[in-house]
Ligand binder design. Structure first.
Ligand SMILES: NC(=O)c1ccc[n+]([C@@H]2O[C@H](COP(=O)([O-])OP(=O)(O)OC[C@H]3O[C@@H](n4cnc5c(N)ncnc54)[C@H](O)[C@@H]3O)[C@@H](O)[C@H]2O)c1
Ligand SMILES: [Zn+2]
Length: 346
């Protein structure tokens, strides 16, 4: 992982050890006009033969149909086995581009250049690639680590504030899984983070990627149980995201999912009122929702939780907190507790 201001403009330098061949830069319709031509020019100057593939921005594009169009471009440019896919964008781009790289000719190398807060602190690392199906998010994908991750926090300067805040939900998640100290660091630096103070942002990203890096190194393919912890807020969050049909950002749904999980943990006697209030206050400071303003179909939400890929043997597996820095995995939470946690959000 390379992390630094202006890192993107020096991309070929960081890729120095990789012999220049063919590159396909994948980006979406918002990122393209901002960063694609600069990135392409830098690579071309270093001897790369570069093409681009753009798709319409948004989670709705993270589909097999978009991947299929990318495969057609790869075929057109005769992408060789030693070529490289460059993902330039947020989590949607990196999930999709990683998936495309992982399946083209049974897997070629890819480089991940995150441009959103969500991707900087979370999605860029861990090798999870995916596309969505109408039945649910991320149902099709493989683990395929990027060869290199180049994080340029300068890109956040053009990111809409709503997306900056949405990505911070994952930073709150990481802090809650880690320790009181990490949570306190976020609380103390919340203002500087929101004003995108460069040094604070670099430290934020480093803290998050070090933590995520440790977890995914311990459990690269989600088999030992360690990595399940990263699903904190996501089981309920994904259900909300699916039912909200694009009205809420991924990070906003994760924030709501964490609030619901805390409600369940409190009801189970695992955490007290004080912890819940502290978490809600930090989410609110990051302008994240702690209440659901949309009216979503409760039945559909529950159904989608049961269909979630984390539902093992008909039981919903939830990550709950026994305290800050003390996550626990539970599969004994009754569906009506989950329904009641949804109700508590409205
Ligand atoms: N693979 C993983 O480990 C992992 C982890 C977390 C999230 N994710 C996935 O990531 C996705 C969410 O990521 P996201 O929030 O980055 O979504 P996103 O990629 O859709 O980006 C959010 C919005 O910001 C725009 N954008 C991106 N960079 C910009 C910039 N620098 N300036 C201006 N606009 C910019 C995008 O076009 C989009 O409209 C979800 O699909 C989620 O499932 C994956
Ligand atoms: Zn997430």
């Amino acid at each position: 992982v390379v992390l630094g201001l202006n890192a993107l403009s020096e991309l070929p330098k960081w890729m120095g050890e990789i012999e220049p061949t063919r590159a396909l830069i994948i980006f979406d319709s918002n990122v393209g006009p901002l960063y694609a031509s600069g990135t392409a020019t830098a690579l071309e100057r270093a001897g790369w033969k570069v093409s681009g593939f753009s798709f319409r921005a948004g989670e709705q594009s993270k589909t097999l149909a978009t991947a299929s169009r990318a495969f057609e471009v790869l075929a057109e440019i005769k992408m060789p086995r030693d070529g490289i896919v460059v993902a330039l964008g947020g989590g949607v781009v990196s999930d999709l581009a990683g998936f495309v790289a992982s399946t083209w000719m049974r897997g070629i190398r890819w480089i991940n250049c995150p441009t959103t807060m969500e991707a900087d602190v979370d999605a860029c690392l861990g090798g999870k690639t995916a596309v969505n199906l109408p039945a649910g998010k991320n149902l099709v994908g493989v683990f395929h680590d990027p060869t290199m991750v180049v994080v340029d926090p300068d890109c956040l300067s053009t990111l809409p504030r709503r997306d900056v805040c949405a990505g911070l939900a994952e930073a709150v998640k990481h802090a809650l899984l880690q320790s009181n100290d990490e949570l306190a660091w976020l609380e103390t630096n919340a203002e500087k983070i929101l004003t995108l103070d460069p040094l604070t942002i670099c430290e934020l990203i480093e803290r998050n990627l070090r933590f995520k890096g440790r977890i995914v190194t311990d459990d690269p393919h989600e088999t030992t149980g360690r990595r399940i912890l990263l699903n904190f807020g996501h089981t309920i969050g994904h259900a909300i995201e699916k039912c909200a049909k694009g009205d809420l950002r991924h990070g906003e749904c994760v924030a709501l999912g964490m609030v619901a999980a805390c409600h369940i943990a409190q009801r189970a006697g695992l955490i007290g009122d004080e912890t819940v209030q502290r978490i809600n206050a930090l989410l609110a400071a990051f302008e994240l929702p702690t209440r659901l303003d949309l009216s979503l179909d409760r039945g559909a939400l529950l159904e989608s939780i049961l269909l979630d890929k984390k539902a093992a043997g008909g039981k919903v597996r939830l990550v709950l907190l026994q305290g800050v820095g003390a996550p626990v995995i539970r599969n004994d939470i009754a569906p009506d507790w989950i329904a009641e946690a949804f109700d508590s959000l409205t």
